[in-house]
Design a protein around this ligand. Structure first.
Ligand code: ATP
Ligand code: MG
Length: 433
């Protein structure tokens, strides 16, 4: 239906006939001259109809079209210094494809501000704003780059079930569902399945996936439906091997996003490219750094939201970095499958970015006896994990992996809240649209 997007109209096309499709962004009537601004995915273009030069019927069509209606314009490209991008279309034909009701539920021009709920309730229209669309163009590029990079590095894309019989980690944050005459759950992570893949010989797998988590609280960085890149790899020496893959992956993703010049300029954002290797600090030294800032965390506890934020500031101040690994967490604070380093410490890591956790990972236990002991230690029932434990009894290589939150990475990249970077976010209150 179209020969060009608005952004492809350049002075090289002067006097040529083009066919454009899009939405009526704005309309202006100066009596003898009528303007409308056509908006499409790539930008805007002015359509100018002059009395005398255009037949009267078309002038009437322009008058009758409501804002946000969908139109097709056939017209000639003309240079015009006064037009917003120095170019305009003199229409030969305007077809009203589908008209929009008015008043509009949301002002697409952004002149009338709307609160987050109103915006999310009208997300289809919110996404017509170039600023909002830019977020999702970057999101798509981030995910594509992750897939492409991992493919280049020999990782095989897997797909784990999202309907599962038992908790992956024994957490309370599961959504139960009814599965015919049985109870089942929505998967909170592909953890057990990607580990089971390590017993297949495929060695290096990943998945771009959804987690479902019945998070207890509403926060700026938690949703109940989450996107992530999950990865697992076999024949590792220790968690460092996994961290090296994660840091390269994240740098590639950030680099790709930082190349989205048009979108970043629309969003008025700048992205700093991290340098490799990413700075590593142990959990113990993270606690020391926080103590220096009068933030006390008892050894063994998770670093809370306030602590994470403060640590982000300290890492910027002291080490001049926005992104950093925190390694060697207490064994107590990590899930049962995490490989112990000694009696108290685990071979685990988190990746922090501007004061927010964006990824967690570790070397996993591959010895079935130790694994069963750890399941018992966490007061979980090994019988519920039989299908998983079985994979460890017939030849399981050493392995490790991570989960990298895509929503988290993007929100930190663009300094937005998590609801801004998800098309249709799911939180405690929101189930539609
Ligand atoms: P947090 O402590 O921040 O709640 P977590 O440690 O429970 O996260 P993991 O189980 O480590 O989360 O999941 C791996 C990654 O998935 C996290 O580092 C984060 O990027 C993302 N993630 C997990 N839960 C959520 C959520 N509810 N909303 C958004 N992202 C999430
Ligand atoms: Mg975590």
């Amino acid at each position: 239906m179209r020969t060009h997007y608005s952004a492809n109209i350049t002075s090289k096309l002067e006097d040529e006939i083009v066919l454009l499709c899009g939405w009526v962004h704005e309309k202006r009537n100066l009596g003898k001259v009528k303007f409308l601004v056509l908006r499409d995915r790539e930008g805007f273009i002015q359509v100018t109809a002059k009395k005398g030069a255009t037949d009267d019927e078309m002038l009437e069509v322009i008058d009758s079209i409501s804002k946000e209606s969908v139109i097709q314009v056939k017209g000639r490209v003309k240079l015009n210094q006064k037009a917003p991008n120095g170019l305009e279309i003199n229409p030969e034909k305007i077809v009203l494809i589908n008209s929009s009701e008015s008043p509009l539920p949301l002002d697409v021009t952004g002149k009338v501000p709307a609160d987050t709920d109103t915006r999310l309730n009208n997300r289809f229209m919110d996404l017509r704003k170039p600023k909002i669309a830019s977020i999702f163009k970057i999101r798509s590029i981030l995910i594509n780059r992750a897939r492409e990079y991992l493919g280049e590095k020999g990782f095989i894309e897997m797909c784990s079930p999202k309907i599962i019989a038992s908790a992956s980690e024994g957490g309370t944050d599961l959504f139960p569902i009814s599965y015919f005459d049985r109870e089942a759950f929505l998967a909170q992570s592909p953890q057990l399945y990607k580990q089971m893949m390590m017993a297949t010989g495929l060695d290096k797998v990943y998945e771009t996936t959804t987690y479902f988590r019945a998070e207890e609280h509403d926060t700026r960085r938690h949703l109940n439906e989450v996107s992530a890149v999950d990865l697992e790899m076999a024949f590792i020496e220790d968690e460092e091997d996994v961290m090296r893959v994660l840091e390269k992956l994240v740098c590639e993703m950030i680099k790709e996003a930082s190349g989205c010049e048009k979108e970043l300029s629309i969003l008025d954002k700048k992205i700093n490219n991290p340098t490799l290797p990413i700075k590593r600090i142990t959990y113990d030294s993270a606690l020391d750094l926080l103590a220096e800032k009068n933030k006390k965390i008892t050894w063994g506890e998770d670093i809370d939201t306030e602590g994470e934020k403060l640590l982000g500031e300290v890492m910027q101040e002291k080490h001049n970095t926005e992104i950093y690994f925190i390694t060697k967490y207490p064994l107590e604070s990590k899930p049962f499958y995490t490989m112990p380093d000694d009696k108290k410490i685990s071979r685990s890591f988190d990746l922090g970015y501007k004061g927010v956790e964006i990824s967690s990972g570790s070397q996993r236990i591959h010895d079935p006896v130790l694994l069963k002991a750890r399941i018992n230690y966490h007061n979980l029932n090994p019988d519920n994990f039989e299908y998983y434990l079985k994979c460890f009894r017939y030849g399981m290589p050493p392995h490790g992996g991570f989960g990298l939150g895509i929503d988290r990475l993007l929100m930190q990249l663009l300094d937005l809240s998590i609801r801004e970077v998800v098309y249709f976010p799911r939180d405690r209150h929101r189930l539609t649209p």
